[in-house]
Design a protein around this ligand. Structure first.
Ligand code: SF4
Length: 271
């Protein structure tokens, strides 16, 4: 089982962010957002103090996507460190730099999330020096200026990280009783998997949109990149899974009976 060892700097803290996801990112009118918005323009619901004017009513107002999104702490990092506390309202140049750096920082923080989780995996002990080196290299990238960040091609670095995460995954899944199934990249949209034993399954990049996972057992399963939008995880055991993120949890439909890793928070919109 992974230990809950992820840094608090990888947990989003909106109180230290200048509402970057509400400004920098575009969104299209859909079931997730009530309106269209171009990237780089503030959402009409954003307040002067960077809070959300409809925060308690987001879901009933058609902004479900806002209750799902998670930046892995990239917002506060760019706001407070990369741009040193200067806000996008202060100057168009700062705004341009901030909005370009934010999505890159989010990718880097997501990689840091997986690397830090991996460092807590006991059976991956032999990989720790390599994991720590890549974690430190990723951290150094996050400390670059906004201009450098904006021009960064994260792809090559991500491939290096992913190669190591795969090795962690194999060791981790190997602890599961029985032989975990391989559903890598599988189309499991709407699949009926209630009560299934998915312990040790390789679900990397699988599509589980709207799947029925009620009371499924996902311990020792690798959930990196799994699309859990609308998946029913009521009563499911997701504790002891690998590479699950807050973003995925927020997108799923769970309840008080859903078991989560200690690093993640039960969404307030769950029943
Ligand atoms: S509705 Fe609120 S949380 Fe969503 S983008 Fe607008 S200000 Fe941000």
């Amino acid at each position: 089982m992974p230990k809950p060892s992820v840094s608090s700097e990888l947990v989003s803290d909106c109180s230290r962010c200048f509402g970057l996801c509400c400004v920098a990112l575009p969104f299209a009118a859909s079931s997730d957002f009530a309106v269209d918005k171009r990237g780089g323009t503030p959402c009409g619901n954003l307040l002067e103090d960077f809070g959300c004017g409809i925060h308690p009513r987001l879901r009933v107002s058609g902004f479900t996507g806002c209750t799902v999104y998670d930046c892995f702490g990239a917002g506060q990092k760019v706001s407070q460190e990369t741009l040193g506390g200067t806000t996008w309202r202060d100057s168009p140049d700062v705004a341009r730099e901030m909005f370009a750096a934010f999505p890159v920082m989010r990718q880097l923080h997501e990689l840091l999330w997986y690397l830090e989780e991996s460092l807590g995996v006991r059976v991956a002990e032999q990989l720790r020096p390599d994991l720590a080196a890549l974690r430190d290299a990723t951290l150094r990238l996050t400390e670059q200026s906004a201009d450098v960040l904006a021009g960064l091609d994260v792809g090559e670095h991500r491939d290096r990280v992913n190669g190591l995460l795969l090795q962690v995954s194999e060791r981790f899944r190997g602890q599961a009783p029985g032989r975990g199934r391989n559903h890598h990249g599988a189309d499991l949209v709407g699949a009926k998997l209630a009560g299934r034993d998915l312990r040790g399954a390789n679900l990397r990049g699988a599509w589980l949109i709207g799947a029925d996972l009620r009371k499924a057992d996902l311990r020792w399963a690798d959930l990196i990149g799994v699309d859990l939008r609308g998946a029913d995880v009521r009563g499911a055991n997701l504790s002891g899974s690998l590479f699950l993120t807050q973003f995925q949890v927020n997108a799923a439909r769970g309840d008080a009976g859903t078991m989560l890793p200690a690093t993640l928070t039960r969404p307030s919109h769950w029943a």
